[in-house]
Write a protein that binds this ligand. Structure first.
Ligand code: FAD
Length: 525
């Protein structure tokens, strides 16, 4: 194999030795690019076969014509002026010109013009090379149009959309997404992703790692400026083939994450309000039934006392009569008072049985695992209007871990609602001083303890037990209090195997303590 001499291979002498002149001619003739050579006035003196194919003009036919014959007359004058200014300075020019073929059809030409400078330093000729790039341009424009269309659609979407690369860098976002910036930090997508990892859990993390699509999930984000905000978020991955030169033969795939984020805070607030309203209605109904039950039970209890006394008196009377032989027998007398009393007692007992039968049964208790933190939070939401109306400052300290008991959530809600209502009334009855309610829930090794403390009137030491009796009330009779509240609370606590009492050592108001056992199988670990 012959080696090139180490001298300047571009010198004309050396080149003609290596590449004979006719090879230059053949190379230009056969080039795939349309090539023309003009004089210094742009008059064509040579054109190759590709020029003929591209323009439709025969190689010989075009000779002597100015290159301007190719102009479609739509290229701005300034372009030509720039072109000429450049080549006049003996610098090559490259640009796009709208050309016209011989048949009148137009095409977009990517043109490069190189001045040919003679030995005297003057431009003697111009070398023109061009190719038809109409199709390439059409495709580029199409892609650009589609990109613009996609960007407009994404921008107009009513949900926040953001596109992230594998390093979680934002590549594209829309107006709705930009609205989240600020309240959710500089890059809301990162906060949303962190919340999804935390709140959706392992399922999300696994799908994320394996680039699997993730359907809509509701997540909650605490913000500094507003209360918690709720979002419905979905994530979809897509793969792109790298368009870089290095990936031409060895395709490189890149993954992109498209996050769609829709705020649902208002919907959540409405749902919550609806839930609290239904809970309020349920509790009111339960309270009414419970109060009826207590009233009837107490009435039965109250009537049983005198009836028993009457029954005892009748027995005594009967014994005395049978001991006095001189007195005619009861059967003979026909209308003795003892017999009438027996009848009355019998009728009264029947009436009491009827009354007892009217006592509503306990609604089928559906005990399930209930978190007391949630129950108390709901009760506070329910009683917020009364608390605000009474200007009472509430401090609610839930337990750090869930406080799970086995119970009926409606009954437990009623229990705490009763305690909160009592506290509000007591604070209202006290004139002046602090207006506070504190509820604390703490978990102990074998039970859960809840304190409901108020800064109201408090309960005298000697009444600490009496207040749990039905019909006992410390409130004025004029205010028509039945005195069933704490009796009901006591009953609910008993049904849940717990205890309720009043702290005797608390003197700046009233502190009610409720202790309840954990749900079966739940340990305080
Ligand atoms: P022109 O009067 O020809 O030119 C418009 C402006 O260009 C003038 O105002 C002037 O400022 C400048 N100009 C023109 N000729 C000269 C000159 N000789 N010296 C200094 N300034 C000048 N045009 C195409 O449309 N398509 C092509 O494919 C194409 N290929 C070319 C290839 C070569 C090698 C060269 C040298 C030129 C080529 N041109 C091409 C440019 C062409 O020569 C014309 O300038 C252009 O077509 C505009 O023509 P016109 O009749 O509208 O205006």
């Amino acid at each position: 194999m012959s080696k090139l001499p180490p001298t300047d291979v571009n010198s004309a002498q050396d080149i003609t030795k290596l590449v004979p002149p006719q090879v230059f001619r053949q190379a230009v003739d056969q080039s795939a690019l349309a090539i023309s050579i003009t004089d210094a006035g742009a008059n064509i003196i040579y054109a190759n076969a590709a020029f003929e194919r591209t323009t439709g003009y025969g190689k010989d036919e075009i000779k002597g014509h100015n290159e301007s014959v190719l102009s479609y007359r739509v290229t701005p004058k300034l372009v030509y002026e720039t072109l000429w200014a450049q080549i006049k300075r003996q610098r090559p020019w490259n640009g796009l010109l709208v050309n016209k073929r011989k048949d009148g059809t137009r095409y977009l030409a990517d043109v490069t013009i190189t001045p040919v400078v003679g030995e005297e330093g003057l431009t003697t000729h111009y070398l023109g090379m061009h190719r038809d790039v109409t199709e390439v341009h059409r495709l580029e424009r199409q892609v650009q149009n589609q990109k613009t269309l996609i960007e407009s659609v994404v921008d107009a979407a009513q949900v926040a959309i953001v596109l992230l690369d594998e390093k979680e860098r934002v590549l594209l976002d829309n107006q709705e997404y930009k609205k989240l910036i600020g309240d959710l930090g500089k890059e809301p997508a990162l906060k949303i992703l962190a919340a999804m990892h935390e709140q959706v859990g392992e399922a999300f993390t696994k799908a994320f790692e394996k680039h699997r699509n993730i359907s809509s999930h509701e997540i909650c984000i605490e913000t500094t400026s507003r209360s918690a905000r709720w979002f419905s978020c979905a994530a979809s991955w897509f793969e792109e083939h790298d368009v870089g030169a290095d990936a031409f033969y060895e395709p490189i795939h890149r993954h992109y994450l498209l996050l769609t984020i829709q705020e649902i805070s208002e919907l959540k607030r409405q749902q919550e309000a609806l839930r609290i309203n239904s809970l309020s209605a349920l509790l009111a109904e339960q309270e009414r039934i419970q109060s009826l039950r207590e009233t009837l039970a107490a009435a039965v209890y109250q009537l049983e006392g005198p009836l028993n006394m009457l029954s005892t008196a009748t027995s005594m009377l009967e014994r005395r009569l049978s001991n006095q032989a001189a007195i005619p027998k009861r059967e003979d007398s026909g209308s003795l008072p003892a017999s009438a009393l027996d009848d009355a007692i019998q009728k009264s007992r029947e009436a009491l049985d009827t009354l007892r039968a009217c006592i509503p049964d306990h609604i089928n208790e559906s005990f399930h695992t209930v978190d007391l933190n949630e129950v108390i939070s709901d009760v506070l939401k329910l009683t917020t209007p009364s608390l605000l109306g009474s200007s009472i400052v509430v401090e609610w300290v839930p337990s750090e871990k869930p406080s799970l008991v086995s119970g009926d959530s409606a009954q437990l809600s009623n229990l705490f609602k009763q305690l909160v209502s009592n506290a509000i009334e007591s604070v209202n009855e006290r004139r002046g001083g602090r207006r506070e309610l504190q509820i604390t829930c703490t978990t102990h090794p074998d039970h859960i303890e809840i304190f409901v403390e108020d800064s109201g009137l408090g309960i005298a030491e000697e009444l600490r037990y009496k207040v749990f009796q039905p019909f006992f009330t410390t409130k004025g009779a004029a205010r028509r209090h039945l005195g069933l509240g704490l009796a009901m609370a006591q009953e609910v606590v008993t049904r849940h195997n717990g205890t309720i009492d009043i702290d005797p050592d608390y003197h700046s108001g009233c502190r009610v303590r409720v202790q309840l056992p954990y749900a079966a199988g739940v340990a305080n670990v």
